[in-house]
Design a protein around this ligand. Structure first.
Ligand SMILES: Cc1ncc(COP(=O)(O)O)c(C=O)c1O
Length: 401
């Protein structure tokens, strides 16, 4: 039958992370005890001070439309945060809030890209960049990072992909799915490159607070006036404050870009949920203890997960410096047989883990990097041990060859 759908929508794929979680949830509903390392979200509840402020906002009647860019006091709090934590001075007119980091990114690509423009996306990469860039009419150009460099992005990785059509380069540090964190030296070199070629830097800093072993986050827009003019800083409450369900993110950048995004948002969603804005206000201005407590807990789980993965024959992973993901090389399982055939790629491995060990992971192909799968360690230590023990025994007892 001839399709009735637009070419734009036909040209994109469903999010592989959501597809895996969906399948795992289906199995759970069928009564199977599934351990999911698939969904990239904190297992903590939103800190109570934040939820209470939101409840108070409802009681006090903050339930109506707000300004499209965000309530004035929320934009002020975002600008304060950028100055205090990132060393970037944005005026409130240079920031906007949106429905999660995801919508910020979508609005941004639509605001800066014309059909045929190119956006350089280092890989492995977060699943939605590609589809959002395509929806804006632009072309994602994938720039692989190097496994030998622990997937840390360098100037060399991207400079060969710059063409007269390049509109922007995307940086995601700490990275989803690898947990790699760029070195400041490399970020400065990439910034010089972008400024020289007058291309935008889209810096997705949603994992900025999830850094381990004493590492400090560095924001590109703080490097100076040239950097600031070319950079849009994207962030969100989701990962830092365990607020994935509240759908609240924000951006800081040059006023023309931010105002374009606001105009677009006005016709896409209008304002962002008023209650979530009040929650963000409390998240940014209230006590920050929960952030470091969660980080300390993730650090322990990271060490546990890395150790467990590396003890399974055929699997190996690097210790990630940030975020809450272990990106594991599973090519050592290739060629082995199980009841559904031969393991030939990361999708087969993920299917094997799900069906034989009842553990859900996301295949690396979803992040444009085959031969790997992503494990989320925002799970209890108990589940990390149980899930990886199950994979270990499935690998030993259910694979032949
Ligand atoms: C790298 C990265 N950017 C952005 C997002 C979007 O997060 P949210 O829309 O919940 O703010 C995610 C979510 O997983 C992510 O991993």
């Amino acid at each position: 039958m001839e399709t009735r759908l637009s070419k734009a929508v036909l040209g994109i794929n469903p999010s592989p992370t959501e597809a895996t979680s969906f399948l795992a949830n289906q199995m759970k509903m069928d009564g199977i005890d599934i351990i999911s390392f698939a969904q990239g979200e904190p297992d903590f509840d939103t800190p109570l001070n934040i939820s209470r402020e939101a409840a108070r906002a409802i009681d006090e009647g903050y339930t109506r439309y707000t300004d499209v860019p965000g309530m004035r006091e929320v934009r002020e709090a975002v600008a304060e945060k950028f100055e205090k934590e990132n060393g970037i001075r944005y005026r409130p007119s240079e920031v906007m809030v949106s429905n999660g980091g995801k919508q910020v990114l979508y609005l941004l690509f639509r605001t800066i890209c014309d059909p045929g423009d190119e956006v350089i996306v280092p890989t492995p990469c977060y699943v939605s960049y590609e589809e959002q860039i395509k929806l804006s009419g632009a072309v994602p150009v994938f720039a692989p990072t190097k496994k030998e460099n622990h997937f840390r992005l360098t100037r060399k990785d991207i400079e060969k992909f710059i063409t007269p059509k390049t509109k922007a380069v995307l940086i995601n540090s700490p990275n989803n799915p690898t947990g790699a964190v760029c070195e400041e030296k490399d970020l400065r070199e990439i910034t010089d490159l972008a400024v020289t070629h007058d291309i935008f830097i889209v810096t997705d800093e949603v994992y900025e607070h999830l850094l381990y072993d004493g590492r400090k986050h560095v924001s590109i827009a703080a490097f100076g006036e040239d950097a600031r003019r070319n950079t849009v800083t994207v962030n969100s409450a989701s990962k830092t404050y365990a607020m994935t369900g509240w759908r609240i993110g924000y951006a800081g950048g040059p006023e023309d870009v931010i105002s374009g995004m606001i105009t677009l948002q006005g016709h896409v969603s209008g304002n962002v949920c008023s209650v979530s804005q009040k929650a963000l206000l409390e998240a940014l201005r209230g006590p920050q203890d929960a952030v470091s407590e969660m980080r300390d807990s993730y650090a322990k789980r990271r060490d546990l997960m890395v150790e467990k993965i590396n003890s399974i024959p055929g699997l190996s992973c690097i210790r990630p410096d940030g975020a809450f993901y272990c990106f594991a090389d599973i090519e050592g399982l290739y060629g082995k047989q199980w009841r559904e055939g031969t393991l030939r790629n990361d999708m087969d491995a993920a299917a094997f883990f799900l069906k034989e060990a009842h553990v859900a992971v996301v295949p690396g192909t979803g992040f444009r990097w085959g031969g790997y799968v992503r494990f989320v360690f925002a799970n209890s230590e108990e589940d990390i041990v149980k899930g990886l023990d199950r994979i270990g025994s499935a690998v030993v007892s259910k694979l032949k060859g």
